[in-house]
Design a protein around this ligand. Sequence first.
Ligand SMILES: *Cc1c(COP(=O)(O)O)cnc(C)c1O
Length: 373
Amino acid sequence: MSADRVVARIDLEAVRHNAARLTEVAAGAELMAVVKADGYGHGAAPIARAALAGGARRLAVATLAEARQLRDAGVDAPVLILGALHRSELWDAIAADHAVTLWTPEAVAAAGAAGRAAGRPARVHLKFDTGMGRLGARSDAVADVVSAAAEEKGLAVDGLMTHFATADEREGPNAGFLGEQLVRFRALLSEVAPRFPAAVVHAANSAATLRDPAAGFDMVRCGIALYGGSPFGGDPAADDLRPVLSLRSWVSSLKLLRSRESAGYGRLWRAPRAAWVATVPVGYGDGYARDLRGADVLIRGRRVPVVGAVSMDQITVDLGPESVAEVGDEVVLIGDQGGERITTEELARHRGTINYEITCALSGRVPRVHDGG
Ligand SMILES: *Cc1c(COP(=O)(O)O)cnc(C)c1O
């Protein structure tokens, strides 16, 4: 048992497995490992190295600072910045030879100027909005950005891309929208792709990669599945993905409350009977969110509920009328213990959110320990 009050252990062997699995599913398309937001809370550089070892060829981040962090950590695989960049950031990104995502003639001109100043072509991925309604050129703006990029000196169009809005919805009213976006993207490519023969075509996130091989094109951009999360919110094992992160703490105090005595701020929980209550040193200051009240944790291989308010640094757990734990026992908040498992999908359902947010929420106070590197 670790001496830390709470620790996130990251299984890099599982990352390599997931990367290899996605490479296999992508059937010929190359894998780009998405490590934005510090690798979805797992630590970007170690995840990037493990993903590359598992078969990923390139990396993606959201921001210039994230691209810099990878370089500073000595990761030298190609990096694409997916997010929007201010003019000065665009200049700096190109000076540092990161690939950038662009969709307007103005940004294309700025990238060309930066590439000429750098003395080598700016690496540009042109993004098209086929239904996400966020970044990317809409159909009426495609021709302008495409001709600007084709004519501009000082840049190389390395990629043509779009992004799916509903790839994770296999059922329900949005189930067909992935197909619609694919149709729009293919129609656009038939016009645009011949002008940029060297460009890598990419569209699929984890959900689209697992759901539709036809969405793979030349490259897939996978995040959540790399971390062993199900993009569909179900069981990751159904797609042969292995959860990467576990979150463990320990029983710091144990006491017997009498019936009707309360635990925690606001007296939100009162013992319905005599109750052994364990205190665990983890709270919303660590990213164990306040609305996880009522979620289960594992102690001695048993599921026991978080009761009372989640505090900044502590939670309280109802062990029931028998004393079945000791101070110092391991507490599993995410992960396996004694054949039981708490998944990020389970916590996400409890909070009414998605598994992505569970690991992204883990704060800087939680040490990340990387195993199997
Ligand atoms: C975050 C992101 C991805 C990865 O999505 P997952 O669902 O985690 O696989 C892919 N493409 C873009 C543009 C993204 O922003």
